[in-house]
Design a protein around this ligand. Structure first.
Ligand SMILES: Cc1ncc(COP(=O)(O)O)c(C=O)c1O
Length: 405
């Protein structure tokens, strides 16, 4: 996820525009800012680039998820169905609005299995939140249908999939709302930042107020704004928005390079018949930030990971199954309800139940999966060399397995 790889004069120019006025805040100070409104400009650019009617910038992707949930009316006791493979931020946001995270299995799309979603629906379910992990998408047609059938909200966590599309539409613009993260390791970065995308004006107005202490932004100045509801401070700064403005103009270049590098690496790994690849509901829409691949068994995958580590070539190859941030297996803080302040009873009961929930279907997927991060700066020679090294390791492990069997 490579925005930081192409950081240079364009970002510096945008940031300098802000530094020259000294107005680092996105609201107010109309005179001294001398017409420099980087956050507004970035929101307009986001709408144009991704085909969204509205965009509300936030201080992070996590804040964007929290904001979207509040604006969509998701709160105490409401159940949000989400995948057990995601970044911790997804359940943090659910908990932060008082709602209940209901974790269900993923399939070989590496995101929500629609059949598992259906089984998890109760009278308290309010929202389905697919997380479009590692640059690619959930089966959105199936999930949309479930939402329609059960009158549920569809909130897309597209924080990791900026620029990916499904049937021609940008991920994040298909549900009732969607979110991107612009943190330092995302496809485009602001250093820290996020955005809520929505096509619904009412949802947008709520996001606008919620991220700025409930201000309605209609007064002659900030002191004259009304507060139609309680909000918080999830504002982005002008400095961060300025970086994002330079980055969004490079998005097409990033995506083209990602796709080219992904395709070259995939064709090398595809030479090993025992390797299979992640299912992508719309191949053309994959943003190709990662190439995710499967080996036949968990034991073989672990042996390959260990061999890559021994040879010092594991970097950039992620075995999420054993990663503290991304898979339910490692989230003991969630499963033991280790929070600094009290959760509500419904939340506490639900998270403690995760200790005994059967995730064997997801284990069977994630235990065999390795995701290789696609770097923009790779040369063709470097990809060929990298691919050859990985293939050699896999073939050696497979040969040992055959001898050992
Ligand atoms: C799937 C997913 N959701 C949400 C987030 C949160 O984004 P941020 O780091 O900007 O808070 C991330 C960040 O890695 C993510 O990967």
């Amino acid at each position: 996820m490579p925005g930081f790889e192409f950081f240079g004069a364009e970002e510096r120019k945008q940031v300098n525009d802000v530094l020259e006025t000294g107005i680092l805040m996105r609201y107010g100070f109309d005179g001294p800012r001398k017409g420099i409104w980087k956050s507004v400009e970035l929101e307009q650019e986001i709408c144009k680039t991704f085909g969204s009617k509205y965009a509300q910038l936030t201080s992070s992707g996590t804040a964007a998820l929290t904001t979207a949930m509040a604006a969509l009316g998701i709160g105490a006791g409401d159940e949000v169905i989400m995948p057990c493979f995601t970044f911790v931020a997804s359940f943090e946001a659910v908990l932060s609005v008082g709602a209940v995270p209901v974790l269900v299995d993923v399939d070989d799309t590496l995101t929500l299995n629609p059949e598992s979603v259906k089984k998890a629906i109760t009278s308290n379910t309010k929202c389905i939140m697919p997380v479009h992990m590692c640059g690619s998408m959930a089966d959105l047609d199936a999930l949309k249908q479930i939402c329609t059938d059960h009158h549920l909200i569809l909130l897309e966590d597209a924080c990791q999939s900026i620029g990916a599309t499904y049937k021609g539409k940008a991920l994040g613009t298909i549900g009732d709302a969607g979110t991107f993260s612009f943190d330092f390791v995302k496809t485009i970065t602001c250093a820290e930042g996020g955005v809520v995308l929505t096509n619904n004006e009412d949802t947008y107005i709520k996001c606008d107020g919620y991220t700025d202490h409930g201000h309605d932004h209609r007064g002659a100045d900030r002191g004259a704004d009304l507060h139609p509801f309680v909000g918080y401070n999830f504002r982005i700064s002008e400095l961060h928005a300025a970086v994002g403005l330079a980055q969004i103009k490079k998005l097409d270049t990033f995506l083209a390079i990602q796709k080219k590098n992904h395709s070259q690496l995939k064709s090398i790994l595809a030479q090993v018949p025992e390797i299979s690849f992640r299912s992508v509901p719309d191949e053309k829409g994959d943003s190709c930030t990662f190439l995710s691949w499967f080996l036949p068994t968990e034991a073989i995958t672990k042996a390959v990971v260990n061999a890559l580590k021994e040879q010092n070539i594991l970097a950039g190859n992620f075995y999420w199954y054993a990663n503290n941030w991304h898979y339910i297996k490692q989230w003991s803080h969630l499963k033991e309800s280790t929070t600094l302040n009290k959760l509500n009873e419904a939340q506490k009961t639900a998270v403690l139940k995760l200790q005994t929930q059967d995730f064997s279907v997801s284990d069977a997927v994630m235990g065999r999966c390795i995701s290789t991060a696609i770097t923009l700066l790779w040369t063709e020679e470097q990809i060929a060399e990298k691919g050859a090294k990985i293939v050699a390791v896999i073939k050696k492990v497979l040969a040992q397995e055959t001898v050992g069997a």
